[in-house]
Design a protein around this ligand. Structure first.
Ligand code: GLU
Length: 304
């Protein structure tokens, strides 16, 4: 008798907000899109709080975001982890990169790099900092190409366009690029679904995965949400917080912004009913790559 095949690794997606303000429509789109794609694949969905940058954080924002997500029926299948508590993991990864020569300490000041458009290709002679930054070495020829499930084939010459990038900042804080790669691997994330504003971070993350010997997950970057003036909605702009007390109108708008047919949710009178209908009717191939306009969300009571 042949032994049964080993169980397939679980499919796992995630939503990883930075607690810089209330959940806005762009974040809801990323949360719902990542949840739907995870469920469509029969997988799990985790929430991770990316609280790495205290100067940009708003006290209480993480709890408010989790409450709003819960009001939309979007609840993590496992414990919610916080990056502020995971420094030891980032430190271990950094030490491996330093020991292998893939990363190096850098004393360059911002002004020293200004002449090269802020791109670091070699350290400039100059002062030494007590706490240098640590960068990943990105040699010439570091072009990374990947297939995005929504945006198609993407490629970036990371050496020319980004240069040696920061893993630990000179102010001692961990850089997003390192933390996200360590956490996606540590949490067994197999599909990274997020807004297209992060598309140009992905080649850096793939380089880091390779340097650390970590698997590369599948990527899907959702369309950007543009403001009425055609400009990108700022992440930290509290301009369009979604209303957790009246979730259905925003849930329907997010569903539609994902290219899905409005009729599928029309009969659903509650969040659980809407999510069940959404899960049943969802087709990933309907998600368009291009930007979507921010919807006008009409509160439910205005329609009564
Ligand atoms: N924390 C990032 C943000 O709020 C998202 C990171 C990611 O999904 O990789 O923009």
């Amino acid at each position: 008798m042949t032994p049964p095949p080993p169980p397939a690794p679980p499919r796992r997606g995630r939503f990883a907000p930075s607690p810089t303000g209330p959940l806005h429509f762009g974040s809801l789109l990323a949360a719902l899109g990542s949840w739907l794609l995870a469920r469509h694949a029969g997988g799990e969905w985790l929430v991770r709080i990316e609280d790495l940058d205290p100067p940009r954080e708003v006290p209480g924002a993480a709890e408010a975001q989790l409450r709003t997500l819960a009001a939309f029926g979007l609840v993590s299948d496992g414990p919610v982890v916080r990056q502020s508590e995971r420094g030891a993991l980032y430190q271990a990864a950094l030490e491996r990169l330093l020991a292998g020569g893939a990363a190096f300490e850098c004393h360059c000041s911002r002004s020293a790099l200004a002449a090269d458009g802020g791109i670091h290709h070699r350290c400039r002679a100059g002062g030494r900092r007590d706490t240098p930054a640590v960068r990943l070495r990105v040699p010439p020829g570091s072009t990374v190409a990947f297939e995005d499930a929504i945006q198609g084939r993407c490629a970036q010459d990371v050496h020319a366009e980004v240069g040696d990038f920061v893993l630990r900042r000179a102010d001692g804080y961990w850089a997003y690029q390192l933390a996200v790669v360590v956490d996606d691997a540590a949490q067994g994330i197999t599909a990274v679904v997020r807004g297209a504003d992060l598309l140009d971070s992905t080649p850096r993350q793939i380089l880091l995965q390779r340097a650390l010997g970590l698997p590369t997950p599948a990527y899907a970057h959702l369309p950007l949400v543009l403001g009425a003036d055609g400009r990108k909605l700022s992440k930290s702009l509290a301009a369009l917080p979604v209303d957790g007390d009246d979730p259905l109108p925003a849930l329907r708008a997010a569903w539609q912004a994902l290219g899905q047919p409005p009729a599928a949710l029309r009969g659903a009178g509650s969040v659980p009913a809407a999510l069940a209908a959404a899960q049943a009717a969802f087709r990933p191939e309907r998600i368009a790559p291009g930007p979507v306009p921010a919807p006008v969300i009409v509160p439910a009571h205005a329609l009564e």
